[in-house]
Ligand binder design. Sequence first.
Ligand SMILES: Nc1ncnc2c1ncn2[C@@H]1O[C@H](COP(=O)(O)OP(=O)(O)OP(=O)(O)O)[C@@H](O)[C@H]1O
Length: 319
Amino acid sequence: MKRILEVKNLTKVFKKANGESHTAVNGISFDLNEGEIFSFLGPNGAGKSTTINMVTTQLSPTAGTIKVDGEDIQSSPINARTKIGIVAQHNNLDRGLTAHENLLYHGRYFGLSKHESETRAEILLKDFGLYDWKDDYVKSFSGGMAQRLKIARAIMHKPAILFLDEPTTGLDPAYREILWEHVLRLNKENKTTVFLTTHYMEEPERFSDRVAIYNKGEIKAIGTIDELRKQIPSESLIYLKVDQTSELFSKQLSKLGTVKSLKVVDEKNYVIYPNESKKALTEILHLFEQSKTQLENIQLSSTTLDDIFIHLTTDEEEK
Ligand SMILES: Nc1ncnc2c1ncn2[C@@H]1O[C@H](COP(=O)(O)OP(=O)(O)OP(=O)(O)O)[C@@H](O)[C@H]1O
């Protein structure tokens, strides 16, 4: 299997305004294969965009190496860049150009002929609902229109690897489907590798071959969703919402024989990993009869990617 992205010991340390250092990416290593759809998931501020910015040559690493299709991006950034398509989080369109010009110049820059650029720009402008605005300047575009144009531009030159940093934020559902139609077609026909970050868990669940759960600058787990599911302590979960979580109530829950372990998600919510789910429900409900803590909601469910994410990115209070 051809490796399209090789990341070794990648690190980024930022200097904060107060002079302190902040390690946003802490020595991570991973490889992506040609044609793989990979999701990089983590909470706000985990370091996902910093990682994308480094592997796409937009930000220099503090340490570590990155190869795109065998090219070291620090020694040959231009070669590496021709293989990459990026939908960044910020609006990096050329605001002084029209929508059509943004696509055309991008296509020409990445080696498409004039005819190919024109044909592809026309298809993408139509598919992403921008054809009627093709000669308008990008500075007049709404957030959603700019996002659609950023996506069209990133896939213009059919890159070997496509980085999508929260691409569907601000897109309505119809355009999300169009985005995925194009991305999956490129993936199938050109073996384009896809590196996705998103906060919508249904996208990695539907499309990813592998997922990495990333937090505080480190990869906590990497693998297929089924492989990650095995890292959860139980196959079903109980979501419990109370008026106020507390140390005392957490201890009382932990002491129940049917509770394997639990997590305090925030000031109102627990996730409970039960031994025997139905018995645990009864025991937990019973607990409220003798406790000051008020029950607001309780729900039993089977594990989803959301649960894996919560499990790997919040602190656990093991029994
Ligand atoms: N240029 C910078 N200077 C200083 N600190 C930075 C800089 N860029 C990012 N950081 C810090 O690095 C950390 C990681 O930020 P990053 O944007 O990579 O997170 P993220 O996982 O993409 O978050 P989100 O989901 O909110 O987009 C944050 O604490 C952020 O404040």
